[in-house]
Design a protein around this ligand. Structure first.
Ligand code: LRH
Length: 465
């Protein structure tokens, strides 16, 4: 039996999942799960990357205890965040998270060098205040000594791969979220990097999903009790999830539903027009150089935050069930930046309802009902925009990732979009990660066969429009 180990770390939790194939089907086994989140440290919201790496080691040791030794391991995480390393490969400063306020006003600093429209035309990446391009401007402006000292920039999964293998590379799908890549050459946009005053030396060679970085370092191998290859998946979690869309057709509409809802399709050429910019669509790099043409929608972050504040012990299925029984019809703009990092999500939703003269929700169920209805509405609007931009009409929406569990939201989505919804697989990100490793090992032929295998291996719930 050949096992492949996916390390999949999202903004609120991480997991190590072993995958193997049996009679043509992909079988998963979760070996370790742990919490994650940004914590305030030295005045900034930061990730505890040392703890994350310690959890990876714990999970790898559990594989050894089970006697299931993987052929390879690969890490995916959320996008845009990075660490800086000095000449001795030591981390400089904290791993600041994307919801931190340090990026405030940094967009304007970037636009002094290159206008917003030109930047979109050039990179095809949607404006998100937290894109790496703006975060690096924050480093340059607020802690220039760190920029000065830095010799290497590694995105979070690249850093974790470095700790595992000793190799410093930057994986393509995640690199695209820096907003510093050229979508034509698929390499760093050196001219843009120069103009922004970021040091060229920081940026490592871009490698594609499937790249074999060699074995674990001797130290790590000794610690976990086995050795294996480190094979880079699509390290951007959304890129990995999109690989696991269980469809035979290339032209499909998907929502990768987790902390964020990433809704879009795959295209062969980046769409960088002014209209696309107005709709705030992005062209993130995907597996096989497919572009993930999509939009960020606030997603389960809103529900997770409201639950934490109002009913931390209630299960998501109880929240869904309770929300479905409410009559409140208020809707907020699930794309508004005010929901990015509010002090209180509940209050922010209430304010948005009050300001627009709608009924103000009270308690978890009404608040959840407003959030679910708002998300479904936003999905419908986005579906319409994708269809307009690609000229394709889609009759089904594939919802993948943890949010595919939200039965009430799936029903609302089918109704609001007037499309069939296919929900699942839940562990799409880990499945995509494992698929890239299996393709690299020759165990699956290509992305198409991987998607066929995924379709036959996992439960997919259907909701009629
Ligand atoms: C989802 C995600 C998304 C990014 C955001 C930072 O986890 O990677 O694709 O925009 O986090």
């Amino acid at each position: 039996m050949k096992y492949y180990l996916a390390v999949d770390i999202g903004a609120s939790s991480g997991r190590l999942i072993l995958g193997h194939r049996e009679e043509g089907k992909m079988i998963l086994e979760e070996v370790h799960r742990f919490g994650n989140g940004m914590e305030m440290q030295n005045g900034h919201l930061t990730w505890d990357v040392d703890q994350l790496f310690a959890e990876i080691i714990t999970g790898m040791k559990k594989c050894a205890e089970l006697g299931k030794f993987p052929e390879s391991i690969g890490v995916d995480t959320w996008a845009v965040d990075f660490v800086l390393l000095d000449a001795q490969d030591q981390r400089i400063g904290d791993a600041v998270g994307y919801r931190d306020h340090r990026t405030q006003g940094m967009d304007q600093k970037v636009y002094e060098v290159i206008g917003e429209e030109k930047l979109y035309l050039r990179t095809g990446i949607q404006k998100q205040p937290f894109n790496t391009i703006y975060q690096l401007m924050a480093v340059k402006e607020q802690t220039p000594e760190q920029m000065e000292q830095a010799e290497t920039l590694l995105m979070i999964p690249d850093y974790l791969h470095f700790l595992l293998s000793g190799q410093k590379v930057t994986e393509y799908t995640n690199a695209s979220t820096t907003q510093l890549l050229d979508p034509q050459t698929k390499d760093w946009d050196w001219d843009l990097i120069d103009r922004l005053g970021y040091k060229r030396e920081l940026f490592r060679k871009i490698c594609l999903p499937g790249t074999n970085l060699g074995s674990l370092t001797p130290g790590i191998a000794a610690e976990v009790g086995f050795n294996c290859a480190v094979v880079v998946p699509a390290t951007h979690d959304t890129g990995a999830a999109v690989m696991a869309v269980p469809a035979a057709d290339d032209q499909v509409l998907y929502i990768s539903s987790g902390t964020w809802s990433l809704m879009g399709t795959e295209v062969k050429e980046a769409i960088c027009t002014a209209e696309s910019q107005r709709y705030n669509f992005t062209n993130e790099g995907g597996y096989d150089y497919r572009f993930r043409y999509l939009k960020n929608i606030m997603g389960m972050w809103m529900i997770n935050s409201a639950r934490k504040e109002l009913a931390p012990d209630m299960s998501f299925s109880d929240i869904c069930e309770g929300a479905a029984k409410q009559s409140i019809s208020s809707i907020v703009d699930a794309n508004s930046d005010c929901f990015l990092a509010p002090e209180s999500m509940t209050k922010e939703v209430q304010n948005a309802c009050a300001e627009s003269g709608q009924q103000v929700p009270k308690g978890i169920w009404e608040t959840a009902a407003v959030i679910y209805n708002s998300l479904a509405e936003c999905y419908a609007q986005t579906a319409h925009e994708v269809e307009k931009m690609t000229g394709v009409s889609y009759d089904c929406i594939y919802i993948i990732g943890g949010g595919a569990n939200a039965d009430y939201l799936n029903r609302l989505t089918a109704k609001a979009c007037q499309k069939k919804v296919c929900a699942g697989p839940i562990e799409a990100t880990a499945i995509g990660n494992i698929s890239a490793q299996m393709i690299a090992a020759g165990e699956l032929e290509n992305l198409k066969t991987a998607r066929e295998c995924i379709y036959h291996s996992f439960d997919i719930a259907e909701y009629e429009a």
